[in-house]
Design a protein around this ligand. Structure first.
Ligand SMILES: [Ca+2]
Length: 272
């Protein structure tokens, strides 16, 4: 069994919702003779690793994405936060820019020829030229900044609550928001995000799970179970958790990593 943390409850133990183990996934397809799947059915599948690449184990990963086939990463910690282009083969930075030490870097994504990145508690985001990594703008938002992705129309921001905000990519004005729910109950601590083929993937902070979210309704429509993968990662820091999802639409490949993980993994697309 594993547990998804439910919003609005004080402690993990009291807030846990057990759902089916990955070894026995709940299948959403109706059984023979049934006309509809049970309302509670959410498919769960274990992450299947297809390839392993090096990752900078000093990187406190907060954002991970591809743009035009190139891998980018943003990292956190005061004085150590950077936005960088990463060589997938070596794991080394090709180019990087360091944030002012007052800022704790968070999620990032591409928009056109720019990179948009967040900070944790400063309510300030940055826009960077993707080629030069020169800062070309700043913007403000309310609340915290955790993860960021985009769906071609909007930036999508997580902030530790069950809400995902859709922002205008130019003005950063909020367009709409969704509440992410599992079987009708809000799920918080959604962290790094990735928009993949019509779904929002989100890893949950301090859980070795990625949830698949319907962008229209916020309903969790599937779970990728990374517990076995995460358990095999040679890290000892309790904060070195799964945090990083990137989809390369040029290659059709999906990658995950974590804070200070020494590897970045290509995993199978969900449902494949
Ligand atoms: Ca991402």
């Amino acid at each position: 069994m594993f547990r998804l943390i439910i919003a609005g409850r004080g402690i993990i133990a009291g807030a846990a919702l057990a759902i089916a183990a990955a070894a026995a996934p709940v299948v959403s397809a109706p059984a023979p003779g049934q006309t509809a799947a049970p309302a509670a059915a959410v498919p769960v599948e274990p992450a299947r690793v297809l390839a392993t690449h090096p990752h900078d184990s000093s990187a406190f990963t907060q954002g991970l994405f591809f743009a035009d086939g190139a891998l980018f990463e943003s990292t956190g910690q005061h004085g150590e936060s950077v936005v960088r282009e990463v060589d997938l083969v070596t794991g080394k930075a090709k180019r990087e820019v360091r944030l002012d030490p007052r800022y704790f870097g968070e999620g990032s994504t591409s928009w056109g020829d720019t990179i948009v990145s967040l900070t944790w508690k400063h309510g300030k985001g940055f826009r960077w030229d993707r080629k030069t990594l020169r800062k070309i703008g700043e913007f403000s938002y309310s609340g915290e900044g955790w993860g960021l992705t985009q769906d071609g129309k909007s930036l999508i921001l997580s902030d530790g609550t069950p809400e995902l905000r859709f922002l205008d990519p130019t003005s950063f004005a909020e367009q709409r928001r969704i509440t992410v729910t599992y079987q009708g109950r809000p799920i918080r601590r959604l962290n790094e995000l990735e928009y993949v083929r019509g779904e929002i993937l989100a890893n949950i902070w301090h859980q070795d799970l990625i949830v698949r979210i319907d962008p229209a309704s916020g309903v969790i429509i599937g779970v990728i179970d990374l517990r076995d993968l995460a358990a095999a990662v040679p890290v000892t820091d309790p904060e070195a958790v799964l945090n990083g999802i990137a989809y390369d639409d040029k290659s059709g490949k999906l990658y995950v990593t974590g804070k200070n993980w020494p590897s970045l993994y290509e995993i199978a697309l969900p449902g494949r």
